[in-house]
Design a protein around this ligand. Structure first.
Ligand SMILES: *Cc1c(COP(=O)(O)O)cnc(C)c1O
Length: 346
């Protein structure tokens, strides 16, 4: 009997559910560049409503969602403030520099949260030598810190000072529904502290493709034009939006299961000699595991467990990241813990 592979690399590996496949096959479609795809229009209206914004735009990826947002809020030569390990800064191929021609001002955070005082002092004054600060980006949950949740009072403090200074705020909310789940609030309680938000349908929510960008109508109109510029004007993409609608209507409420599985995984692994876990950082569907004590580095350890049917990614020096999601069950988590325990004992 071949062992089942337990894939904890990312929540992006989730496959569309049978209900999504069904809805995709049946979706009513039209040419979305003409604004005529009823399913996309429905998804955009639903997404905007859920996050409490005026309008939304369907984009193929979170990366494009963030990049059209940066482009729509800024002018060439502006400066944007970001946390120093933000996805937009680390993992989007230099998009802000290449596409929007803006300069990034990184601010080092704690578990992904920037100190509002640091943000305040990073905002440029009107001095002739300075670029204009036009945008502050936050990220919730924060990916590189291992899925940490940015507290609402931190978001509020940064949002309030941005508004005082006339600076726009964008939230990279790839996993904003995980943030809301972890905080035990409606997602609007998170998105009220940002002007625009990008959120992924294709991660824990299981849609095959797509993200939404939501914000005020004039911003979304500009973002739509930026999407066209980047080659992201889509035609009968309602077949994708159909899965996105199910992602928003049916998949949000089950994210708490992924969080419970992450807690279980973290507790189980923390009892294995050689593995180290800071339980205080296990806040959503990710577990960062320190592997120094097992005599392997992060790349060696992930290759070692891959041979034993447990997949996860090397993330930082001597750290691996495991992500729980719809396609790993509570039993799979028990099995993953057992396999790791056995492999290290053996
Ligand atoms: C995954 C992710 C993105 C990008 O989404 P893609 O759909 O992979 O382009 C952006 N920001 C964060 C925080 C992410 O985790």
């Amino acid at each position: 009997m071949t062992k089942k592979i337990i894939d904890l690399r990312s929540d992006t590996v989730t496959k569309p559910t049978p209900e999504m496949r069904e809805a995709m096959a049946r979706a009513e479609v039209g040419d979305d560049v003409y604004g005529e795809d009823p399913t996309i229009n429905r998804l955009e209206a639903l997404g905007a409503e859920m996050v409490g914004k005026e309008a939304a735009l369907f984009v193929p990826t979170g990366t494009m969602g963030n990049q059209v947002s940066v482009m729509a809020w800024t002018n060439r030569g502006d400066e944007i403030i970001l946390e120093s390990s933000a996805h937009i800064y680390m993992y989007e191929v230099g998009g802000p520099a290449v596409l929007s021609q803006v300069q990034i001002r990184p601010v080092t955070g704690y578990h992904g949260a920037m100190d509002p005082e640091d943000v305040k002092s990073a905002i440029r004054s009107a001095n002739i030598h300075f670029p204009r600060t036009s945008l502050i980006c936050m990220e919730n949950t924060h990916n590189r810190s291992g899925g940490c949740v940015i507290p609402l009072d931190n978001m509020k403090a940064i949002y309030d000072l941005a508004k005082e200074q006339g600076v726009s705020v964008h939230l990279d909310g790839a996993r904003v529904f995980n943030a809301a789940t972890s905080l035990g609030v409606d997602v609007k309680e998170v998105t009220r502290y940002t002007d625009s938000v990008q959120f992924c349908l294709s991660k824990g929510l299981c849609a095959p493709v797509g993200s939404l960008v939501a914000g005020p109508r004039p911003f979304v109109d500009r973002a739509r034009k930026c999407r066209k510029l980047l080659g992201g004007g889509m035609r009968q993409a309602g077949i994708l939006a159909a899965a996105g609608i199910i992602a928003l209507e049916k998949m949000v409420s089950r994210l708490s299961e992924d969080h419970a599985n992450a807690q279980k995984l973290a507790r189980g692994l923390s009892e294995i000699p050689g593995l180290g876990i800071d339980m205080s950082t296990v806040q959503s569907n990710m577990v960062a595991v320190e592997v120094k004590g097992v005599g392997m580095d992060e790349v060696e350890f992930s290759a070692f467990m891959k041979e034993r049917g447990v997949l996860f990614n090397a993330s930082l020096p001597y750290k691996v990241r495991m992500v729980t999601h719809h396609d790993v069950s509570s039993e799979d988590i028990d099995e993953a813990i057992e396999r790791i325990k056995d492999a290290l004992r053996g």
